[in-house]
Design a protein around this ligand. Structure first.
Ligand SMILES: [Zn+2]
Length: 50
């Protein structure tokens, strides 16, 4: 696992951003919906534990 640059999903209803490439939720974001940056969203709980 590794920290990566913050990213989030462009999908409506997105409530958090991710910063770890081992996060399954983050990895579930399709490349086409993946947006760089935090987007003003809190860090994902799963990423926070990694
Ligand atoms: Zn995450």
């Amino acid at each position: 696992m590794a920290k990566v640059a913050p990213f989030h999903s462009s999908k409506p209803g997105t409530e958090k951003h991710h910063d770890n490439d081992a996060c399954t939720e983050g990895n579930n974001i399709e490349a086409s919906n993946r947006v760089a940056g935090k987007g003003g969203l809190p860090l994902c709980d799963h990423c926070a534990r990694l």
